[in-house]
Design a protein. Structure first.
Length: 330
């Protein structure tokens, strides 16, 4: 038996003795061991003993296991205790669970406290909530905190808030930082800034990069820009990539292109696909008809995403981790 394994066995044996003697730390260590072995019932019982003895992380892990089992109302109490004992992830998780239970006001207060304490995810989600309510100045501050804490996509959302507030230089700087970090949406938005300024070569470069990172609407805009340049084949390829990623407008552009070429079969297939993709994201028949009227009326320009109206709603949705995926902490 290797020395590391022997030391681990001795550690957990000592933890078991400490747990039996009433130690919070011992009970918590036993919970860790049982969790790693896949014995979640035993782990929950050990974490609960640790919690009852005042362990902050014992309370937090009890809450996480309860969430994984769908027992959200019971998880609230565990996360409250973790929060009260200074576990920042407990404060954040309490906010997430309260939000899931429809207690939005208290949930937001928890997110705010967690963000003020340095929890990056909480700052990001708080910013997304505020932005969805069009409280862009407050959202800007929350996203700035998340960016300072190196949370992914925070630079992009910060730039969007700054652009909403009319600080275009600040927005461009934020998008540049997003580009440096490889944030696909931020790079695509930087392309929009360049396109609006008339720097089409820089816009194309940004769209190409964002397209390479999988941003569907970057491929849409790239296709429309290339069609403006007279590169119909390049436009078609970009729109096809966007449609393959679920872009309904790109599929509508492919339909319009096929109609312009006199290919009714391909046009009908693309129209059918565009309608299916639009319905997947909740579009109704009137919205789908409007989408087709746009692509039909714009002729050689075709449809593209423009700032800000086309990014009003879904773009502010935080990349919220599914509630069942909250992780236990060691």
């Amino acid at each position: 038996m290797g020395i590391l394994k022997r030391l681990k066995l001795d550690y957990y044996s000592a933890a078991g003795r400490a747990d039996t003697a009433g130690s919070a730390e011992g009970a918590y260590a036993v919970g860790q061991s049982l969790r790693k072995q896949g014995d979640m019932d035993g782990a929950q019982a050990a974490f609960r003993r640790a919690d009852e003895r005042g362990s902050p992380l014992g309370a937090y892990n009890v809450g996480c296991i309860l969430v994984q089992r769908g027992e959200l109302e019971d998880a609230v109490g565990a996360f409250r205790r973790a929060d009260e004992r200074g576990v920042l992830s407990g404060t954040f998780s309490l906010g997430v669970v309260l939000d899931e239970l429809g207690q939005g006001e208290e949930a937001e207060a928890c997110l705010r406290r967690a963000a003020e304490g340095g929890h990056a995810k909480a700052a990001f989600e708080l910013g997304a909530r505020l932005a969805r309510r069009q409280q862009y100045a407050a959202a800007r501050d929350a996203f700035a905190t998340a960016e300072h804490l190196a949370y992914p996509e925070a630079s992009t959302r910060l730039g969007m808030c700054l652009q909403r507030l009319g600080d275009f230089d600040g927005a461009e700087a934020a998008y540049e930082r997003a580009a440096e970090r490889g944030e696909a949406v931020g790079i695509a938005l930087l392309g929009m800034v360049f396109e609006a300024r008339g720097d089409l070569a820089a816009a194309e470069d940004a769209y190409v990069r964002a397209d390479g990172l999988g941003a569907a609407w970057a491929a849409l805009n790239l296709g429309s820009l290339r069609h403006d340049f007279g590169d119909v084949e390049g436009a078609e390829d970009a729109w096809q990539r966007a449609a393959d990623r679920g872009g309904a407008l790109a599929a509508a552009n492919l339909a319009a292109l096929a109609e312009a070429r006199g290919d009714p079969e391909r046009a009908e297939a693309a129209r059918t696909l565009a309608g299916e993709l639009a319905r997947r994201v909740g579009a109704d028949d009137d919205e789908i008809n409007e989408m087709f009227s746009v692509t039909a009326s714009e002729g050689p320009n075709y449809a593209r995403i423009s700032w800000p109206s086309d990014l009003d709603d879904d773009t502010w949705q935080a990349d919220i981790r599914p509630i069942q995926d909250l992780e236990t902490l060691d």
